[in-house]
Design a protein around this ligand. Structure first.
Ligand SMILES: [Zn+2]
Ligand SMILES: [Zn+2]
Length: 192
């Protein structure tokens, strides 16, 4: 095939010419640069696939207790963010700074130990100062008063009478974890 245009500068070529002599070097450089970019892109795609497969393999070997921990971490972080501007559920005092390890916790009304089926129930979990949650044994009586004020007596009684056993599955826990990670992200985006 006879070219009429130079592949580098797109200028006109003489009969039988394939590229301008002065265009050979820059054209070769451009080709090399293009090949380099394509190779880098391919490597990035391969790395991405590899990372996804590592994550999938790690996820597959997680135990139920590990998944409960991850889901609880995500849920609690969401509750702390949801309640950040509110007072402590039990004593009504300001919460203080809410970062991980900061001044307040996500405190459960019915504890995760005794009512595991309610560990991810948003009605059952509210921001609570650490001193109340950890060293005040949850301050159950005051928590109940605060809870009635916040969600209503009917909802509190529904929580209190709910003793439906629930067995958390891998899929269920992963769903809870991912749902609350997403909800926290949404909340942070909305608050920005
Ligand atoms: Zn040229
Ligand atoms: Zn309190």
């Amino acid at each position: 095939m006879n070219r009429t245009r130079c592949p580098h500068c797109k200028g006109k070529l003489e009969q039988g010419q394939r590229i301008h002599a002065e265009c050979i070097a820059p054209w070769a450089d451009a080709q090399a640069e293009k090949a380099k970019r394509a190779a880098a892109k391919k490597a990035r795609a391969a790395a991405k696939v590899e990372r996804a497969s590592i994550i999938a393999r790690k996820e597959a070997i997680k135990t139920i207790p590990e998944l409960i921990k991850e889901a609880q971490h995500a849920f609690n972080a969401y509750i702390r963010a949801r309640d950040a501007g509110k007072p402590c559920i039990c004593c009504g005092q300001p919460l203080g700074a809410g970062e991980v390890g900061g001044a307040f916790d996500c405190g459960h009304y019915r504890s995760t130990g005794s009512a595991s089926h309610l560990r991810f129930d948003e009605r059952n979990a509210h921001a609570q100062r650490k001193v109340c949650n950890r060293w005040g044994a949850g301050r159950a009586v005051d928590y109940r008063i605060g809870l009635v004020a916040r969600i209503g007596l009917e909802a509190v009684e529904a929580l209190e009478s709910d003793n439906t056993p629930h067995k958390w599955t891998r899929e269920g826990l992963i769903e809870v974890r991912d749902t609350y990670r997403a909800k926290l992200k949404e909340l942070n985006k909305a608050n920005r």
